[in-house]
Write a protein that binds this ligand. Structure first.
Ligand SMILES: Cc1ncc(COP(=O)(O)O)c(C=O)c1O
Length: 500
């Protein structure tokens, strides 16, 4: 036991080349969580003479050994076990990690700094304090199979110790394996892949392929749509706030039209200004889970056929079973009963490991010629190993069947709460959003929900989103519902107190 404590303070590089020795500040932090104040004080007094000049520097071996000795003789076996685990999970203090992030990260988005997660198991995430939270975010839908999938981890380790990297246009065996199995779950007709590393990149490349095929640049995109932050993806993303700083708000080739409005689409197609249409079948990021209407999607497909326009479905978020309404529905386009010409896929493609792709028909793929594009990392051996294992597991675990059952359970549970604070529920599969009365209610809701051990996804306006890993069980959905009910009850009581 003492041995493990020592190893969590003085790192064994041969075993853990990814770690450093623990800092004094982290040990203080963990001790404050586990022990009485007087022990913390005597620890501080005792260590004063041990030459620790900077609390944030990794301890030396000698300092670490002395600290381990002290702790082992003052803590209970249970406390020692917990301390070893917490130090193993993070040898740097939470405060220092946040300070480093704030000091050196380009602040491109809102900093979420209340919880620093260090470990995952199934649908549970553990933070630096050792507290567990039910993951209702799955990194924006990227970890359908949980945060630490043992088979994916093993496969990545094996591949990294064999051959880590090769560019997109080289033949390699992990990709050959992947191609042998992927076609079983792809929508009919989408057979040709161009591998990328992020959803935004996949959208960029989808637009390039569509331009090469149609010989035109005009693109119809939808109000409320989100397609990523790379230049091309951002140009077709609706929110002006994201586009304007980069002077992408006046692009002459992008035509935004209202979602679910076929007349508006037809007007642009008729004018000949566009031959490309890009669409999210469920607007996930910006519109707070807004579903396309079935009749709109059918008509849109017909219009694209009529005007010889290319229809791109961006399934970066909705793909890989997330929106299933029937067992075996791996893509939202199957739920809607249409076949896109081009589809972008990403997020949980590699079970959390970054890999994305553009997929299209053989005919459209022929518009791309050698020299038109390339990628150093796209579809590299590690990415293909992760995707191969993830896709095999998604099928073996029959995730689409689980999605259908868990959607029903979750939505029924929300309805049964009859809470006046839930204004609306929108969902397709395990993309679930609830509208609270106002935007300012969201922070309160999410903070209270965390106290119930549930971590929800990013919010949009007054919508709170839930995007759990697709492996979530019946009991775990029940846990989430209990937390939501408790949160709503507390908020309702506080609102009432304010009125009185
Ligand atoms: C529909 C859609 N497309 C593209 C993207 C961009 O993906 P990434 O963040 O991997 O670039 C997202 C991200 O949320 C998305 O939801």
């Amino acid at each position: 036991m003492k041995e493990n404590l020592l190893k969590s303070i003085v790192n064994c590089r041969a075993k853990h080349p990814e770690r450093m020795n623990a800092t004094f500040e982290r040990i203080e932090e963990v001790l404050a969580l586990l022990a009485e104040n007087n022990l913390l004080n005597s620890f501080k007094t005792q260590t004063k003479t041990w030459g620790i000049k900077n609390k944030r520097s990794p301890l030396t071996k000698t300092q670490g050994e002395k600290i381990a000795e002290f702790l082992a003789s003052h803590l209970s076996p249970r406390q020692i076990r917990k301390m070893s685990r917490l130090l193993h999970d993070a040898e740097i203090s939470t405060r220092e990690a946040i300070d480093l992030h704030e000091a050196f990260k380009i602040p491109v988005s809102q900093l979420e700094k209340d919880l620093v997660f260090v470990r995952g198991e199934g649908v549970w995430k553990t933070d630096t304090k050792g507290d567990k939270y039910l993951d209702m975010d799955s990194n924006y839908s990227a970890t359908n199979l949980g945060m630490a999938n043992p088979e994916i981890a093993r496969g990545l380790f094996n591949q990294a110790t064999q051959f880590i990297s090769t560019k997109e246009d080289r033949v390699h065996i992990p990709r050959a394996r992947f191609i042998k199995v992927i076609h079983k779950i792809m929508p009919k007709g989408l057979t040709h892949f161009f591998w990328q590393n992020s959803g935004g990149e996949a959208v960029d490349k989808a637009i390039k392929i569509a331009k090469a095929y149609t010989g035109q640049k005009g693109t119809i995109a939808f109000e409320g749509g989100f397609h990523g932050r790379t230049h091309g993806a951002l140009a077709v993303t609706y929110n002006q706030k994201y586009r304007k700083p980069f002077l992408l708000h006046q692009e002459d080739w992008v035509h935004f039209v209202p979602y679910n409005d076929t007349n508006a689409v037809e007007k642009v197609l008729q004018s000949g200004q566009a031959k490309i249409v890009i669409l999210e079948l469920v607007q996930g990021e910006e519109a707070g889970i807004r579903l396309a209407e079935k009749s709109f999607v059918k008509k849109l497909r017909a219009l694209c056929n009529q005007y010889k326009a290319v229809l791109i479905c961006d399934e970066v978020q909705s793909g890989f079973g997330r929106t299933a309404t029937k067992p075996g529905e791996w893509w939202a386009c199957q739920t809607y009963g249409i076949a896109p010409d081009i589809m972008t896929i990403g997020k949980s493609f590699g079970g959390g490991y970054p890999v994305t792709a553009v997929v299209t028909s053989p005919e459209i793929s022929r518009a791309m010629k050698p020299g038109y594009d390339g990628s150093t990392f796209g579809g590299n051996p590690m990415a293909m190993v992760a995707a191969f294992i993830a896709i095999r597991q998604m099928q073996e675990k029959d995730l689409t069947t689980n999605v259908v059952a868990r959607n029903r359970q979750f939505v029924d549970g929300l309805k049964k709460m009859h809470s006046p604070l839930i204004q609306k529920i929108r969902s397709l599969g395990l993309m679930i959003g609830i509208d609270l009365p106002a935007k300012q209610d969201v922070q309160k809701f999410q903070d209270t929900l965390k106290q119930h051990g549930v971590h929800s996804s990013l919010s949009t306006e007054q919508t709170v989103r839930f995007l759990p890993p697709l492996i979530i069980s019946e009991n775990e959905v029940e846990f989430a519902l209990k937390g939501i009910a408790g949160t709503l009850k507390k908020m309702a009581a506080e609102n009432l107190a304010l009125i009185v």
